[in-house]
Design a binder for this molecule. Structure first.
Ligand code: G6P
Length: 361
């Protein structure tokens, strides 16, 4: 449909695509629903259930989605997972398990680094599942199985709605295989994803706050740090990548506990530090890390999940199931990056030196 690839009244595709995220989550629920549940095709369920280990292969933002996917397959379905950067896997292959299944995550389905790995593992006789936004793409055609993202065309170079779709589809696959394996699950994913869609909408509706955060923290910043623990760590990596890609501010995402092992040396008066606090088990620890950077002059922006907020937190995001927090916590980081890039008059949709899909190795 033509409206999918037109900006309409939006100044940028990126803004339009961020706005579409609640709809994308709802489309995924619809596309994967079967009766009261969400699930995937029987042959994919079988392939996942029979594997003794999953190898997730991806690049860029898709790699960051893979890090969350690992947690889903391990925590929900009890299947061990390794996540690898495509370009490294090609020549630095780990020892493989007896019955591996490869999962390629690629928005475009065309990334050469990932395709190179797919060709190699097919030669070795292994099976592959591609999670992609583009039906009929190279990685989809050459894999044994495909799961579609249903995110609609993503035009902006910086990936937003595709990342959220990747994480949601990986949750669906992990949940479905857990059920297939007869595991007792204490939550209803379909319902929890609907709550996520509403949560994202609430954030989208309060964009102004993110614009103000970008103004307050990033207007004159040379660099910025993103910290988190557990799932928030994975989202910190994506938040830093987003900011680098479109605003050209040097940014680094890392685990809260790693601060003291090096990066804290970079904290100066006014250095922006974005800290995510959505993970209950480590809430105290991440707040401890924030105190450490603030004591050294950092300008800390705490983004906390509702119910875990404390006085002085800059942004409170709606509460969702603990495993699904990346789907909502990434959204303010996307918006903050967008506004930081706008304030610096950067070409948001077509950042310098970057391509939407990289078809050379
Ligand atoms: C390019 C894009 C990134 C993307 C990466 C992987 O570098 O600029 O936004 O994350 O490729 O793309 P894929 O289509 O495989 O997800």
């Amino acid at each position: 449909d033509a409206s999918d690839i037109e900006k309409g009244t939006y100044p940028h595709y990126m803004l339009k695509e961020m706005d579409e995220q609640p709809t994308v989550i709802r489309k995924i629920i619809q596309a994967y629903e079967q009766g009261e549940d969400v699930t995937v095709d029987a042959d994919i369920l079988k392939a996942l259930a029979e594997a003794d280990r999953l190898y997730i292969i991806a690049a860029g933002t898709s790699y960051h989605a893979g890090l969350i996917g690992k947690q889903y397959f391990e925590k929900i379905a009890g299947i061990p997972v390794e996540v690898h950067i495509s370009s490294e896997f090609g020549y630095n292959m780990p020892l493989l398990s007896k019955k591996p299944l490869f999962i390629f995550i690629s928005q475009s389905g065309e990334t050469a680094d990932s395709r190179q790995v797919l060709v190699k593992i097919k030669e070795l006789g292994y099976k592959a599942l591609t999670v992609t936004n583009v039906q009929g793409s190279t990685l989809s055609r050459e894999a044994d199985y495909t799961l579609l993202l249903h995110a609609g065309p993503e035009i902006a170079v910086a990936s937003t709605k595709a990342y959220v779709a990747q994480v949601a589809v990986l949750a669906v696959a992990a949940y479905a295989v857990a059920k297939q394996l007869g595991m007792e699950l204490d939550f209803d994913l379909k319902q929890e994803l609907a709550i996520v869609a509403n949560g994202i909408q609430t954030i989208i509706d309060s964009k102004d706050e993110m614009e103000q955060i970008a103004e307050d923290y990033l207007k004159i910043a040379r660099n910025a740090f993103f910290i988190g623990r557990n799932m928030d760590f994975c989202v910190s990596l994506e938040g830093a990548l987003k900011l680098k890609e479109i605003s050209y501010i040097q940014a680094e995402g890392f685990a809260g506990g790693e601060l003291k092992h090096g990066t804290i040396a970079l904290i100066e008066e006014g250095t922006p530090v974005f800290a995510l606090a959505t993970q209950k088990g480590v809430a105290l620890n991440i707040r401890g890390n924030v105190k450490e950077v603030v004591a050294r002059g950092a300008n800390a922006c705490i983004i906390a999940m509702e119910g875990m907020e404390e006085e002085g937190d800059r942004l409170v995001i709606p509460s969702v199931h603990e495993l699904l927090t990346p789907l909502v916590s990434v959204v303010p980081l996307q918006l903050i990056s967008y506004y930081a890039a706008l304030h610096r008059r950067c070409d948001v949709d077509k950042p310098r030196n970057l391509a939407k899909s990289v078809t050379v190795e």
